[in-house]
Ligand binder design. Structure first.
Ligand code: ATP
Ligand code: MG
Length: 646
């Protein structure tokens, strides 16, 4: 049976790190025992305030209410740019790596200031005021970061919509947030393919009468539809305005942005984050979790259309005066060595990506990794889904040359910042575990009735107290916030995820609570069975769901993607079933194994099990919201090949 091996903090990592185990313990204890003092110290240390707060914190979680640094005033763009100018004006703020390996740029903090001020002035000239919503539908180009910061500078609320979304999905989000301005590009470029962004905006805006201005960045020079009075070119507009723009003093609780969740479990929610608490959460976790040191180059591969891009490409790193890398392309273009080529080219020290990318690159073979030196790498990170131990070990040994600790960071759009995570100098690692809570985070496990479970246990993951970067509301629907997160259990935040806590107090995220399998009375997390399947040499990726079973209550239905050189067969199905039984237990033996060339994923790369569950249960008329699927055609194929038919 596969045994998970612990990885102890190395002497080199401990010596370099901001915190060791004793440091973590002391700070964690203080964060829970003297929260007012703890958070006041951190807010002074990480942020620059124009006016101090009168009260650190107030919350009533039963109403989904929380406020942090009450009456405090600050501006996010000042914290991310202006305050760095005296000491690091010429330092690179953003390294941009284009889709083509020959295309890159470096933007200093001084240039960033100029660009952000100009765009802020353009928005002001179009009548955008504090509190107005601006939609960003952008490729991964520096102007996307300028646009976020320009909104923050004048107090406008940005709503970034991932550039891979369809015109309809874009329209729904523009309408939901009632955006009146859209910032976009003529086209995006990803893996040498063009994405018709401005054309999509055009289609979306047919049903959005309130949008009065569209600012378009010229990325490719393609022919695009144009409306004389509504549309303006970014480059023309910024040329005609001042390079200075006074920053709007914002209340700590003024909204900073709206961002829609990935839609893995249902209709996306417009998560609203505010100013002071969010920025503190992003900056502090960036500092401690990635153990960021002055002068290092940090690369998060997420898209700015997701929370990871917000907190860990833009706000966290820039608030800390870091050099952050922004990548326009995809990990497999021109070939699967691209990430490691980029690491070598820009001497990246810290690399943060998602399990979906790790599994995809792992399936391509080690040579793509080992052909690059990767000697600059010091720390690796993972986020978005549970990472199965086999992929973790590959990431550790092959990508990190057994030298770089991995921070498996659990968090959500709603949490704003990382919540459960190792700290490199403090935490011994267990592959597949997000390990321990970050400062101020008080997680707990409860049974379905809400009874808190002690010691080693499995249950539903809740957070027992408010933290600074928590969601403030679901935009326009506070009741949905209460219903979704604060009603299942009174007075606490319900994450929607299941987890196991082991004898060392480490947390293992087992998957979505809605996806938990109950086979003959055994509660099994999806992550456990999927990890076992992926462990087999023939399997590249797997997703499991439950389907009704007369005797067991539920049976396990597995969707399995074979490795590229594997020919699926009945013998292999039998072998996989036996393999899972051996790894996890006989009760976890899959009833059905369906081969598939791909899995339905959200556009942020997460497996959408709710659709697979419908297919496995043969309930095809109620597939639910599929607008956030990356490739809807996989679903048709899966339906056609389904095994459990009435
Ligand atoms: P929706 O809320 O619309 O269903 P979503 O939950 O996928 O979409 P996100 O906020 O992007 O949207 O994702 C957060 C979820 O991702 C977490 O609740 C958890 O299920 C999963 N997740 C994130 N990081 C990790 C991790 N390190 N380990 C395990 N799961 C993770
Ligand atoms: Mg979610």
């Amino acid at each position: 049976m596969y045994k998970i091996e612990n990885h102890l903090v190395s002497d080199a990592t401990r010596a370099y790190a901001h915190l060791d185990e004793a440091g973590y313990q002391a700070m964690y204890r203080q964060s829970l025992e003297q929260p007012e003092q703890f958070w006041a110290e951190q807010a002074k240390r990480f942020l620059t305030w124009e006016q101090p707060w009168s009260k650190v914190h107030e919350s009533d979680l039963s109403q989904g209410q929380a406020a942090w640094f009450i009456d405090g005033k600050l501006n996010v763009s000042v914290n991310c740019i202006d305050r760095h100018l005296p000491s690091r004006g010429e330092q690179t703020a953003i390294i941009w790596e284009g889709d083509e390996p020959t295309d890159d740029a470096r933007i200093s903090y001084r240039e960033l200031h100029e660009k952000v001020c100009r765009l802020a002035n353009v928005l002001k000239a179009r009548g955008v005021k504090k509190g107005d919503r601006v939609c960003l539908y952008m490729p991964m180009i520096p102007e996307a970061a300028y646009a976020m910061l320009a909104c923050a500078r004048i107090g406008a609320v940005h709503s970034v919509v991932f550039g891979g979304f369809s015109p309809d999905a874009l329209r729904d989000r523009i309408l939901d947030a009632d955006c009146q301005v859209v910032i976009t590009a003529d086209e995006g470029v990803r893996g040498s393919k063009k994405v018709p962004l401005k054309q999509n905006v055009e289609k979306a805006l047919k049903d959005c009468p309130n949008v009065h201005s569209v600012v378009t960045v010229q990325r490719t020079g393609a022919d695009i539809p144009w409306h004389e009075h509504r549309d303006l070119w970014y480059h023309d507009a910024i040329a005609g305005v001042s390079a200075d723009c006074a920053a709007e003093p914002m209340d700590s609780e003024d909204p900073l942005f709206i961002l829609y969740t990935s839609g893995s479990t249902g209709k996306p929610k417009g998560v609203l984050h505010t100013t002071g608490g969010y920025l503190l959460g992003a900056a502090m976790t960036h500092h401690y979790v990635f153990d960021y040191h002055e002068g290092e180059t940090y690369w998060c591969t997420a898209d700015i259309g997701w929370i990871t891009g917000h907190s860990y490409i833009v706000y966290g790193p820039l608030c800390n005066g870091a050099t952050t890398l922004m990548f326009e392309g995809v990990p497999t273009y021109p070939d699967a060595s691209r990430c490691w080529q980029v690491v070598d080219k820009h001497k990246v020290n810290i690399f943060y990506t998602a399990p979906t990318a790790i599994r995809a690159l792992m399936a391509k073979g080690d040579e793509y990794v080992t052909s690059a030196s990767r000697t600059s790498l010091r720390l690796l990170g993972s986020v978005g889904e549970p990472i199965n131990p086999e992929a973790w070990e590959w990431y550790f040994h092959v990508v990190g040359d057994s030298r770089c600790p991995i921070v498996d960071t659990w968090w959500q759009t709603e949490t704003g910042a990382i919540m459960i995570t190792p700290l490199p100098g403090a935490t011994n690692l267990k592959p597949g575990s997000a390990t321990r809570p970050f400062f101020g985070v008080e997680p707990a496990l409860v049974d379905p009735e809400g009874n808190e479970l002690e010691g080693p246990a499995s249950g539903n993951l809740i957070i027992k107290r408010s933290w600074p970067s928590q969601i403030r509301t679901v935009y326009g629907d506070h009741q949905r916030l209460i219903d979704t997160y604060f009603s299942a259990y009174k007075g606490v935040y319900f994450t929607g995820d299941g987890a196991r806590r082991d004898e060392d107090g480490y947390y293992w995220i087992t998957g979505r609570v809605d996806d938990v399998l109950n086979v003959s009375g055994h509660r099994i997390g999806t992550a456990e069975v999927e990890s076992a399947l992926v462990l087999h040499d023939a399997v590249a990726e797997a997703a499991v769901v439950g389907c009704p079973h007369d005797i067991k209550g539920q049976a396990i239905y597995a969707f399995v993607m074979p490795m590229h050189d594997i020919e699926p067969s009945d013998a292999l199905v039998a072998e996989l079933k036996a393999f899972v039984a051996e790894q996890v237990g006989a009760f976890a033996r899959p009833e059905f194994i369906q081969w598939t060339p791909g899995l339905p994923k959200t556009r942020s790369g997460k497996i959408m099990r709710r659709i697979l569950r419908k297919i496995a249960c043969d309930e095809l008329d109620t597939l639910g919201d599929t607008s956030t699927l990356a490739d809807p055609s996989v679903v048709d194929e899966l339906i056609a090949q389904r095994l459990n038919r009435a």
